[in-house]
Design a protein around this ligand. Structure first.
Ligand code: NDP
Length: 285
């Protein structure tokens, strides 16, 4: 049978783990899928997509720096893509291009999986989100969909946190935005801390009131690839009782959601996550 042709578009793209993840999904389910990396030129993203569609490609994952461009060329989109004005998943059909943003759904699935250890789900919790860039904005609609009680966004550039919080309020999620110097406010709700800042990439941790970590049950760094990050080490020191995770689960679960959109089939993403950790020489988690 002719394979379903899928690609991941980015620049750079050489280090993308998406082909390994999607090939694992396809082999689990016995599906004929061809999933390739494509280094897209920085200019003319719509031309790149047009050529791939003409060549018979059925869908694409999209990564840095094309997530906004991917959203802009779609005729239909999910709520999450619309909120973020960015897409990580495209579906090509004769009728046109559909854009989705599975990053937020992937994150929430991993958060809920880990919260089970405390018999909690996101619907019981408040979220403290560090950072107000693309990754942060991509998760807001999913937080709303998963019933998050309240959201605080802290960012280095304060007006970006405030603007994002205002937009979250508009979709019905109670949210406030502020700077990292803001004192922690106890609400009595279990708190999930999500680091969506790129500070970890430079081995840095946002300097904050440590009381933010006191009522927390889970601290999650979106960064992945290293056994542990600067953020993970920092929070472990501040609150040794915290559940702490890197972002590899988010990566695998966003891929699983995209795979479901393209094929209608549900892979065992936990099995793939375990294989990815093994491949990175990491402990299972
Ligand atoms: P952006 O460039 O859009 O945003 C970066 C954010 O980090 C901004 O809020 C910026 O603040 C903040 N920031 C950068 N440096 C520092 C610092 N030294 N101290 C404090 N804050 C800082 O990046 P993305 O949102 O696209 O990506 C953020 C992270 O999320 C990356 O590490 C990325 O790898 C990860 N990610 C993981 C995914 C996964 O599947 N696990 C998916 C997507 C992203 P300011 O506004 O002040 O500049």
């Amino acid at each position: 049978s002719t394979p379903l042709r899928l690609v991941v578009l980015g620049n750079p793209i050489a280090h993308s783990k998406s082909p390994a993840i999607h090939r694992d999904f396809a082999s689990q389910l016995g599906l004929s899928v061809q999933y390739e990396r494509v280094l897209a030129p920085l200019q003319g993203f719509d031309g790149t997509v047009r050529a791939l569609r003409a060549a018979g490609v059925a869908g694409a994952n999209v990564t840095v720096p094309f997530k906004q461009a991917a959203f802009e060329l779609a005729g239909q989109y999910s709520e999450g893509a619309q909120f973020a004005e960015a897409a990580n998943t495209l579906v090509f059909s004769p009728e046109g291009i559909y854009a989705d943003n599975t990053d937020g759904g992937g994150l929430c699935r991993d958060l809920n999986r880990q919260l089970q250890a405390h018999q909690l789900s996101l619907a019981d919790c408040e979220v403290l989100l560090l950072g107000a860039g693309g990754a942060a904005s991509g998760c807001i609609a999913a937080f709303k969909q998963h019933g998050v009680q309240a959201l605080t966004i802290l960012n280095r550039t304060v007006h970006k946190a405030e603007a994002l919080a205002l937009r979250a309020n508009r979709i019905g999620l109670p949210a406030t935005g502020a700077g990292f110097d803001t004192k922690a406010i106890a609400t009595g709700l279990p708190r999930v801390v999500v680091n969506a800042s790129s500070a970890s990439l430079n081995g840095e941790v946002p300097v904050m009131d440590v009381a933010w970590y006191r009522d927390a049950v889970l601290a999650y760094d979106m960064m992945y690839g290293a056994e542990t990050t600067a953020f993970m080490k920092h929070v472990a020191r501040v609150n040794p009782a915290l559940l702490i995770s890197d972002g590899l689960g988010m990566l695998v679960f966003q891929a699983a959601l995209a795979f479901e959109i393209w094929t209608g089939r549900t892979p065992d993403a936990l099995m793939t996550l375990a294989r990815m950790r093994e491949g990175l020489g990491q402990q299972h988690g």
